[in-house]
Design a protein around this ligand. Sequence first.
Ligand code: SAH
Length: 254
Amino acid sequence: MSASSHKQAAWQAHIITLFPDMFPGPLGTSLSGRALETGAWACRAHDLRAFGTGRHRTVDDTPAGGGAGMVLRADIASAALTETRNKAGDLPVLLPSPRGVPFTQKMAADLSAGGGAIFMCNRFEGVDERFIEAHDLREVSLGDYILSGGEVAAFAMLDAIIRLLPGVMGSAASHDEESFTDDLLEYPQYTRPASWQGRDIPDVLTSGNHGDIAAWRRARAQEITAARRPDLWARFQARNRVGAPKKPDDEKSG
Ligand code: SAH
């Protein structure tokens, strides 16, 4: 097979969920939808209900020790994950959870470089802790707020991963400049018209001087990061040994 006709194997997304009909959902449109059609990734939703017990295929039970809500049973969650692993092969498993480590651009990049991932989507108050221990699962959080289930978290994580897959986005180079890649948020963007409601595009961007444009963008990115995300800014400063961000006025006078 020649290099040009070599087709890369599809990145495999496996989702274990009580709502398999939700998938691919929003990921079936636009960029990720086209990538699904062209075979850059494949989406398989596995019905958790199929592993339930009794006439109603129950998957949850009341929490030991009392309290509100229901808990996904360890035996049922484990049966579903084991069967999915048998079908999917050795892929990383993510358990969306508000207790997890925050999902980051770095994680999205690492996962996109692999062969796929299994998302164990949970509802209710959570899942029996013994299931998490027995499978040594990585809990991953979308942020400090509570969703009603892991599915929406899986959509967000998958979206971040899929756009990084080879050939999915037009220009791979643009990834290098995006927010978070460098611990910096992105600089402001402008497009035509040149003047809108009395607001002009900054002169430097229409100057044609690529060095000046790059410097201006870098300075704005630093300024915005320092103002909005002290956590990222501290990390950027530590890595790059830089001081306070440059303001637009500093550059004009300096
Ligand atoms: N009682 C739990 C919240 C349960 S929310 C707690 O206080 O930690 C129901 C399910 O939605 C969770 O089990 C998880 O699968 C998913 N979920 C909720 N918030 C999430 C978040 N911020 N990130 C990822 N998954 C989340």
